[in-house]
Design a protein around this ligand. Structure first.
Ligand code: GFR
Length: 307
C-alpha cells in the first residue's frame, strides 16, 4: 500500500525541518509549503529548501494569504503536518479552512510539540498565549471533524538540556548554574530529531487518530539536578549551584521584555510545577511505547557535542 503523501507547513523552521527529513527518511512523498517570493535574501532558508528538493521533496508554492493556493496544495496530499512557530500559531486558522474545503485530508497534525495545552488552563501570562492559541486551533479542528493527532513533545534538548535549562543561553554554563527551586521536579527532554521521527511515525497510525500522544522516552525523564550531574560527569567540572526560589524567579518577570516573560512562565510550569510529569497517561498514548523500534537519543549522548 503506497505510503501517505505528506505536506509540511513551516518546513524550514527549527522543528519543521526535522519533520521534512523524517518524512523523507520514512519513505513518504514529501511536499514542503514554500513562498519563494518571500525568500528574499534568506540564503539559509533557500539552501535548505533546495537541499530538501535534492532529497526528493516537492516544493509547493502557496501562501497563508492565498486561500486558493492553500487548497490546491492540500489537495495534493493525504496528511498535513504544521510546525508553525509560536507567534504564528493562529495563521493555522487559514490552513484549517483550506483543509475543510479540500476535504481529502486523512490526518492533520497542528503545531503543538510542547506542553499539553489542554492541561495548561492555569498557565501564567503572558506565556499562556501559546496554549490559548493552540486550544483555539484544536477547537476549530474538532468542530470541523478533521481527523487529527496532537503531539506533546516536551522539552527540546537544544533549548533545555544543552544549556542545563538556563534561560537566555544555548550553551552549558562554565562556572555557576541557576537551579529552579529544589531542582527535583521531573522533566522530559527530547532530541529534536526524535520528535520528527515520532511525529511522522504517528501520522498513519490508527492508534493515534483523534488522540494526543506524548513523547516521554523513559531514559530522558529526570530532574534539573540530575541533568546538571550528567553534565558535570561528562565535563569533569563541578558547577556552583545557585538555587532560585519560585517567588524570586517569578519576580524576575517584572519589567523584563515580553519574550523573557514568556520563557519564565514556561520554565516555571516545567521546573517548579513539574507540569510535564505530574499526570498519568496510558501506554498507548506514549510515543516510545507506540514505536519501540525508534532508538531515541539519550541526553548523555546528546550533550557530548557541547564538550
Ligand atoms: C516544553 O513545552 C514548551 C516549551 C511549550 O509548550 C511552549 C514553548 C516552550 C519553550 C519555548 C520554545 O520556543 O519554552 C520556552 C521556549 C524555549 C526557550 C527556552 C527559549 C529561550 C530560552 O532562553 C529558553 O531557556 C530555557
Amino acid at each position: 500500500m503506497e505510503k501517505s503523501k505528506v505536506l509540511v507547513v513551516g518546513g524550514t523552521g527549527y522543528i519543521g525541518r526535522r519533520m521534512v527529513r523524517a518524512s523523507l527518511a520514512q519513505g513518504h512523498r514529501t511536499f514542503v509549503l514554500t513562498r519563494l517570493e518571500k525568500v528574499g535574501m534568506d540564503i539559509d532558508k533557500l539552501q535548505l529548501l533546495l537541499s530538501f528538493k535534492a532529497q526528493g521533496a516537492l516544493l509547493v508554492e502557496a501562501s497563508m494569504d492565498d486561500h486558493r493556493s492553500l487548497v490546491a496544495a492540500v489537495k495534493q496530499v493525504d496528511v498535513v503536518v504544521s510546525a508553525m512557530g509560536g507567534p504564528h500559531l493562529l495563521q493555522q486558522l487559514k490552513l484549517v479552512e483550506a483543509i475543510k474545503e479540500a476535504g481529502n485530508i486523512q490526518r492533520f497534525l497542528p503545531s503543538e510539540f510542547g506542553m499539553d495545552p489542554a492541561r495548561m488552563g492555569h498557565a501564567l501570562a503572558p506565556g499562556r498565549v501559546t496554549f490559548d492559541d493552540k486550544m483555539v486551533i484544536r477547537k476549530v479542528i474538532e468542530e470541523a471533524n478533521i481527523p487529527h493527532t496532537y503531539v506533546s513533545a516536551n522539552c527540546f534538548a537544544a533549548y533545555f538540556a544543552a544549556n542545563l535549562s538556563q534561560i537566555g543561553t544555548l550553551l552549558p554554563p562554565k562556572e555557576k548554574v541557576h537551579v529552579y527551586g529544589d531542582g527535583n521536579a521531573k522533566v522530559i527532554f527530547v532530541d529534536e530529531d526524535d520528535v520528527g521521527t515520532y511525529v511522522i511515525k504517528s501520522i498513519d497510525d490508527p492508534r493515534s487518530l483523534n488522540k494526543t500522544i506524548y513523547i516521554r522516552p523513559p531514559g530522558n525523564i529526570f530532574s534539573q539536578n540530575e541533568l546538571i550531574a550528567k553534565w558535570e560527569k561528562l565535563s569533569g567540572k563541578v558547577l556552583d549551584k545557585i538555587p532560585i526560589p519560585s517567588d524570586e524567579f517569578l519576580a524576575s518577570m517584572e519589567g523584563a521584555d515580553h519574550t523573557y516573560q514568556i520563557v519564565v512562565g514556561h520554565v516555571y510550569h516545567i521546573f517548579y510545577e513539574g507540569c510535564l510529569t505530574n499526570f498519568e497517561i496510558a501506554d498507548d498514548e506514549e510515543a516510545s511505547l507506540l514505536y519501540p523500534e525508534v532508538q531515541y537519543t539519550l541526553m548523555d549522548k546528546y550533550m557530548e557535542r557541547y564538550l
